[in-house]
Ligand binder design. Structure first.
Ligand SMILES: NC(=O)C1=CN([C@@H]2O[C@H](COP(=O)(O)OP(=O)(O)OC[C@H]3O[C@@H](n4cnc5c(N)ncnc54)[C@H](OP(=O)(O)O)[C@@H]3O)[C@@H](O)[C@H]2O)C=CC1
Ligand SMILES: O=C1O[C@H](COP(=O)(O)O)[C@@H](O)[C@H](O)[C@H]1O
Length: 492
């Protein structure tokens, strides 16, 4: 297999949903960086596909604007961008229908490109994945060198996920299906594997023997940002917890894989998902807290509430915040809860894992001791912080204070942090599935999440409200205080 960042062979990257938010904000900028850094060859093609009737030049104009907006200004080289944009094409196709619009795509595939790697990236609503795959197959576009990338969330519940997986599976073998979860492409998330399995000092402590509980938070300051229609039918549980946070939890909790290949890793993640204690209907209201933001202030800026953001007087009971307690029923993690939390319009943008160690069994000091805490900052200010108790230097005797051992990855390593999509898109070209989800993982995650969705649907009064700029509803605090614990930001 070629190196992760080395040049790849010529390929065709066909993006369905090319006029959408994801393509503009993430996919095109990521491909630009891979082109700029010499990984994408000069005869590779990016082919946008969507129903909009655009010419190649129209679409190139949109791509140019997207780069200007979403690539950091010092990284945007005009000449490089011009060459990159010259490799972009557009086909107006209705992926859902077997109609004549497919001719617009077919005209781009003559015999000269038949043997290239072909990646079909489905950045549309997941309800279209089955139809698009069937149409690709019926139009003879699926070659032995083809693979398909599916954006998350796959389905809206277990049944729909199974249906989509079945439909896609009728066209592509499992090993040709790349289910993307961009959190797995984040450098700091991959670093969890290094932290745990290249540093026995941590692994020896990594169980209920030493750990009291784990908190995994993905906090955002943004609201729904023009994605209201999608988000309102999804909500935070489907959008963030079912995929990103459960995947991160798997990497924190899994047993050491026998090797670093895709199936060794996925087998271990799957065992964690299958060991999750099912949430009983009567427990949903207590262990799965949902909230929706109202108007509030982030920093000095007043921001509208969720329903105001949706506009046109729309009412909604969709959650923009979730905090829940996950229990992994196995030997290593018995009695160690994992508290997962994600929300929009919270005070900071930060994704982090907090590993809270147990108290000292006995204290010989007068000072109050704070238990050790390992904080793994996934973004921003990527790094690791270990809080320890230390003697206050000075003449006052044995007075102790918490102090931090702090490693900033930015200071420790000079390399640029690539966006997760850069790594993942090129993995799909290289055919490396290690950072993608297997079908059984996705379905196991839905199996665990579904009773929460059902419980909330049956009990509408479980929706709490919070002010934008706060850390979510009070009930999220109660979730931990009931167990004698508190969220990391509440520790004095
Ligand atoms: N945006 C984001 O930050 C993220 C998005 N995702 C996922 O990526 C996917 C796309 O999201 P996003 O870009 O936000 O969605 P958008 O609504 O912005 O874009 C949807 C795209 O699908 C195209 N489309 C709709 N119907 C068809 C059809 N029948 N045939 C061909 N193209 C069609 C639309 O173009 P047209 O109308 O011209 O056909 C448009 O390009 C979703 O699955 C989402 O969950 C995942 C993570 C983050
Ligand atoms: O998948 C998604 O992720 C983003 C958050 O991603 P991050 O890399 O900025 O942490 C979230 O805003 C979006 O709603 C969701 O669909």
């Amino acid at each position: 297999m070629p190196s992760v960042t080395g040049p790849v062979d010529p390929f065709d990257y066909i993006v369905f949903g090319a006029t959408g938010d994801l393509t503009m904000r993430k996919l095109l900028p990521a491909l630009y960086y891979r082109f700029r850094d010499g990984q994408m060859p000069a005869d590779a093609r990016i082919i946008g596909a969507a129903r909009s009737k655009l010419s190649d030049d129209d679409f190139r104009g949109r791509a140019e604007k997207a780069l200007a907006r979403f690539v950091k200004a010092p990284d945007l080289d005009e000449a490089v961008a011009r060459r990159f944009i010259g490799q972009i094409y557009f086909a107006s196709v209705n992926g859902a229908e077997a109609d004549s619009t497919w001719e617009n795509l077919l005209r781009l595939f003559d015999d000269g490109v038949a043997s290239r790697t072909r990646v079909f990236y489905l950045a549309t609503s997941p309800s279209l994945y089955g139809d698009i795959c069937r149409n690709l197959s019926e139009h003879g576009l699926v070659t032995p060198q083809s693979r398909v990338v599916l954006e998350k969330p796959i389905g809206t519940d277990l049944g729909s996920a199974e249906r989509i997986n079945d439909e896609v599976g009728q066209v592509f073998e499992e090993k040709k299906i790349f289910r993307i979860d961009h959190y797995l492409g984040k450098e700091t998330v991959q670093n969890l594997i290094a932290l745990r399995f290249a540093n026995p000092v941590f692994e020896r402590l990594w169980s209920s023997d030493a750990i009291d509980h784990v908190q995994i938070t993905a906090a955002e300051t943004v609201g729904v940002e023009g994605r209201g229609d999608y988000y309102d039918s999804s909500g935070a549980l489907r959008d963030m917890i079912q995929n990103h946070l459960l995947q991160v939890m798997c990497l924190v909790a899994m047993e050491p894989p026998g090797a670093l290949d895709a199936d060794s890793l996925r087998n271990e993640k799957l065992k964690v998902l299958r060991a999750l204690k099912p949430i009983a209907p009567d427990d949903v209201a207590h262990v799965a807290i949902r909230g929706q933001y109202g108007r509030g202030k982030i920093g000095d800026t007043v921001v509208p509430g969720y329903m105001e953001e949706l506009g046109e007087g729309r009412q909604s009971r969709t959650e923009t915040f979730v905090a829940l307690k996950a229990e992994i029923h196995n030997w290593r993690w018995g009695k160690v809860p994992f508290y997962l939390r994600s929300g929009k319009r919270l005070p900071n943008k930060s994704s982090e894992i907090v590993v809270q160690f147990k108290e000292t069994p006995w204290s010989i000091f007068k000072s109050k001791l704070q238990s050790n805490r390992l904080i793994i900052r996934l973004q921003p200010q990527e790094g690791i912080q270990l809080s320890i108790m230390s003697k206050d230097p000075g003449p006052d005797g044995m007075v102790l204070r918490p102090a931090n051992i702090d490693i900033s990855f930015e200071k420790a390593f000079s390399t640029r942090y690539p966006d997760a999509y850069e790594r993942l898109l090129m993995d799909t070209v290289r055919g490396d599935p290690v950072l993608f989800m297997r079908r059984d993982e996705v379905e196991a995650a839905w199996t665990w999440v579904e009773p929460v969705l059902d419980g909330w649907a049956r009990h509408p009064d479980t929706l709490h409200y919070y002010s934008a700029g706060s850390w979510g509803p009070d009930a999220a605090r109660t979730l931990l205080s009931r167990d004698g614990r508190c969220w990391h930001e509440d520790v004095e």
